[in-house]
Design a protein around this ligand. Structure first.
Ligand code: B3K
Ligand code: ZN
Length: 877
């Protein structure tokens, strides 16, 4: 158990920095065991801060070799070291030049925060608080400085040396060393600092901005990976063009570098002019990457590029404002991907993702507002709530004020706040001022946690030809927020006639009817809307396009069936089908719990047949519609989840549908067989998704041989992996043959090997826990590599609910063992893995007790990182 109690940081305690740093001059002498960093900081007192505030420089694990102030060595008496590694300088002048030299050991840095080595090369990760692991500095985003960075290293060890900004000279040094200088003309917070050096090769291209700036684009990878960068480069160029066209935002340096690294804590990082990427989001070839991987690359490349304006030029005042950059940038990358492919399918996927990750978070022990009030470890708040729900809140504003006003609001936001560190209020007020719409009430979405539940009730008066729609909202309590206020909920909606046709709508008091979707604003606990001149009893279609991150409850099944067929909005058609299936499945789960036989609702088979018959028009949409609601989605609808019963029901239905619809499934499967070269356009991706959805049903009905045949013949990773994951659920010899063949073929490719681990961790077999333990001891398993750790531990705990929640508690024990082993190596990844154990309140009493026992065991571990401490202790509250 930790003996010191980690400090809680509160938003209400914000105080401006005591000192500002106008310029930073770094000299970095790279050495894996002993790197020296000399920093020259031009400091001055911040006129906005208290005049006697101390000069505190953050630091973490630094060995100070020397400190000088305006050229004079600082005596030891003026240096005070804090228990956290920080440095306070006594009697600071109002302004001065502070020079420090520190020593660090990149090769010992397994946390992958600060400067570290991977495969002999050097990389950095500074967001949120990694810069303090490189040099002493006021490491907070509201200190923005201009950086000049000179890197020195052995020529053989580091032929390539990169940092932020533009290159500004290079030369020979002593012995076999050389140096390179980089100057970033734009002021930036320390979290955007980056340095990459080592043996790297670049794939080069260029882009001319709309005002004529020639930008050199480079993707830096290990030799041998050059031929897998084409899609990333193409995505980058499309992102640059899109941001100019849609938001008028142009790139602002002469070079844009991306470096790919295989040891990386998350997806990618938007460092100014030098993005660092997990190889997972750069490298792709048809043989080795799935369609999902291709789409992920496009999204992440765009996301990091878009941060150049939303995040870098306009940054966050403090880490509570994280969603200011993340929610907005996710919104921007979602819009970009929607424009690149099918908007409807993109929306469906985003909503699926939000519900799979954010809804449970909002209903669990770590529930927090999009703008949190407090944290122990900020790393724990890079969450689906800050990112995905944050993007939904930006979308609400977009829906409320319309696209034209939103664009004016973005222009105003950037014009007012360029080169500044600002708050969420600054964003909302720009949107308000540009639109003339009062958005003060919308701030509630940033400050209140929990998912609002919305219900609707309609009454039709045939005499008066009037329809009254009453909407109600209510948000369940979350930790620390027992009372909830109503929020402004924009509800996109329409009315359908009995024939399924869209009816024009006219609200009481309006002069003219509106032909299509309109927005109602539910801004009270309850509000009624009266529609006039409604010729027949209407069917309301609500929450079109998922216009707000809420749970729409209580829509009767007959209406869901009607909407699934007739609605004009593709999202509502998909959603209604899913909600219908979910309602049937939850009833079956209850039957299963009572020990009754599992029946079958023929409407589900009918829906599959109808979807297949109409699939030619939009195969990607059909594929989304065919997939039954996921196990996590169903669990999230239950007060007390029953992961095993849910799994049994879903499996039963898949097999049953596979049998009943076998002919149609097989016909579609055969018709979609691909001939010709592999293509990754939207239609080809949709066709593969639909074909693999058919295969999944057929395999569930026992057609293992078909899956094996596809596996053997596959020429792309999408088809190969789809077949392998179906085989991995089975027990026959084909399974072992396929897994062995896959391993033999791909053992030299880390990204593909991750998939091999994940598939086995997520398999629907009774002996999965034993297999997962065996894989943990496999020679190819490496706890130090975050991708590999996630591919086994994360995939099992989050992707295999029925086995993770095995009644024996073995799944929980495995997870806790892994967290305890990983915590001293990489506390950030360990803390992330704790999540699934925190959901104990939504499990049965028996499971809950086992989960709590493991959380307690984690918490009792000596010297636990503060991130893991925060996750485990909050989960136990
Ligand atoms: N800003 C980074 C995430 C940093 C996470 C630090 N624990 C990537 C992104 O959101 O673009
Ligand atoms: Zn981001």
């Amino acid at each position: 158990m930790r003996t010191d109690m980690p400090v809680t940081i509160r938003r209400s305690d914000y105080a401006p920095p005591a000192f500002l740093v106008d310029t930073v001059d770094l000299d970095v002498h790279l050495d894996p065991a002993a790197t020296e960093v000399r920093a020259r900081l031009a400091l001055r007192r911040n006129p906005a801060a208290a005049p006697d505030a101390p000069l505190l420089l953050d630091g973490d694990g630094l060995t100070l070799l020397e400190a000088r102030l305006d050229g004079a060595v600082l005596a030891a008496g003026r240096l005070q070291f804090g228990p956290d590694g920080s440095l306070t300088i006594a009697d600071p002048p109002a302004a001065g030049l502070l020079e420090t030299t520190v020593r660090i050991a990149p090769e010992k840095n397994t946390a992958l925060s600060g400067l570290y080595t991977s495969g002999g090369n050097f990389y950095t990760q500074c967001e949120a608080e990694g810069f303090r692991r490189i040099t002493f500095f006021p490491d907070r985003p509201d200190v923005m400085s201009r950086y000049t960075v000179t890197i020195h290293a052995d020529r053989g060890l580091c032929p390539v040396m990169l940092s932020n900004g533009n290159p500004d000279g290079s030369g020979h040094g002593e012995g076999n060393t050389h140096w390179v200088r980089w100057v970033d003309p734009h002021p930036k917070p320390s979290y955007l600092f980056a340095l990459v050096a080592g043996e790297l090769v670049n794939v080069h291209d260029q882009f001319v901005t709309k005002s004529g700036r020639l930008v050199s684009l480079n993707i830096w990878v290990r030799r041998g990976d050059e031929d897998r960068c084409g899609h990333a480069m193409d995505s980058l160029k499309r992102s640059m063009a899109w941001d100019e066209e849609v938001f008028g935002l142009e790139y602002d340096l002469d070079v844009f570098n991306i470096a790919a690294v295989s040891d990386f804590n998350m997806g990618a990082m938007e460092n100014k002019g030098l993005n660092v990427f997990n190889t997972k989001y750069v490298l792709a070839s048809p043989e080795s990457a799935t369609d999902g991987d291709w789409q992920g690359i496009e999204t992440v490349i765009a996301h990091e590029y878009f941060h150049n304006w939303t995040g870098n030029r306009v940054t966050c005042r403090d880490w509570f404002q994280l969603s200011l950059k993340e929610g907005l940038t996710v919104f921007r990358d979602q819009e970009f991907s929607a424009d690149m492919g099918s908007r409807a399918v993109k929306r469906i996927r985003d909503v699926r993702g939000l519900r799979a990750a954010q809804f449970p978070e909002d209903a669990g022990p770590m529930a927090h507002p999009v703008r949190p009030d407090s944290y122990i470890e900020i790393d724990n708040f890079y969450t689906p709530t800050v990112y995905q729900k944050g993007a939904e809140v930006v979308r609400l504003i977009h829906t409320r004020i319309g696209p034209a006003a939103f664009r004016r609001g973005m222009d105003l936001y950037i014009a007012r706040n360029d080169n500044q560190a600002v708050t969420i209020e600054d964003f909302v007020s720009a949107m308000q001022d540009a639109s003339g719409v009062d958005l003060s009430f919308f701030m509630g979405w940033y400050d209140q946690a929990g998912t609002p539940e919305v219900t609707a009730e309609g009454r039709y008066d045939p005499e008066a030809r009037r329809y009254v729609l009453t909407l109600r909202q209510q948000t369940p309590p979350t930790p620390g927020q027992p009372e909830k206020k109503p929020l402004p909920i924009p509800l996109a909606m329409g009315l359908l006639g009995p024939d399924g046709a869209e009816m024009p709508t006219r609200l009481a008091g309006e002069n003219a009817a509106q032909a299509d979707t309109r927005i109602l604003i539910l801004d009270n606990a309850e509000k009624s809307f009266t529609f006039e001149e409604v010729p027949a009893p209407p069917v309301p279609s609500l929450l079109r396009g998922f216009s707000a991150p809420v749970r729409l409850k209580g829509v009767p099944r007959d209406r869901l069936r009607f909407l699934a067929v007739h609605d004009t909005d593709p999202f509502v058609r998909w959603e209604s089908g899913q909600q219908y299936a979910a309602s049937v499945m939850l009833e079956m789960v209850a039957a299963q719990q009572r020990g009754e036989a599992l029946g079958f609702d023929p409407a589900l088979a009918e829906a599959v047949t109808n979807t297949l018959a109409a699939s030619e028009a939009d195969p990607a949409f059909a594929a989304e519609a065919l997939v039954l609601p996921g196990e996590g989605f169903l669990a999230d609808q239950m007060e007390i989840a029953d992961p095993v019963a849910i799994h049994v029901v879903r499996r039963h239905l898949r097999a049953e549908i596979g049998r009943r619809c076998a002919a149609a499934l097989r016909a579609t499967y055969d018709a979609l067989a691909e001939s010709g070269p592999y293509r990754i356009d939207g239609r080809s991706i949709g066709r593969r998704a639909l074909r693999n959805a058919c295969l999944a049903y057929l395999a569930a009905a026992g057609e293992t041989a078909l899956a094996k045949a596809q596996f053997d013949a596959a020429t792309n990773m999408t088809d190969s992996l789809a077949a392998l994951s179906l085989l991995s659920d089975t027990t026959g010899p084909e399974r072992e043959q396929a897994l062995a063949a896959f391993h033999a073929r791909w053992r030299g490719d880390d990204l593909v090997l991750d998939k091999w681990f994940s598939i086995q961790a997520m398999a629907a077999r009774d002996d999965v826990i034993d297999q997962v333990r065996a894989l943990y001891a496999h020679p190819d398993f490496d706890l130090k590599n975050p991708n590999r750790a996630r591919s086994l531990i994360g995939a099992f705990a989050s992707g295999n609910p029925a086995r993770f929640h095995d009644a024996s508690g073995e799944g929980y024990r495995f997870l806790a063992d892994a967290v305890i082993a990983l915590d001293p190596i990489n506390g950030s990844i360990a803390a992330r893995l704790v999540g699934p154990l925190g959901q104990w309140r939504r499990q049965s009493a028996a499971r809950g007790a086992l989960m709590r026992r493991e959380l307690q065991r984690v918490l009792d571990t000596p010297a636990l990182s503060k991130g893991t401490f925060e996750k485990a202790s909050k989960a136990l509250l």
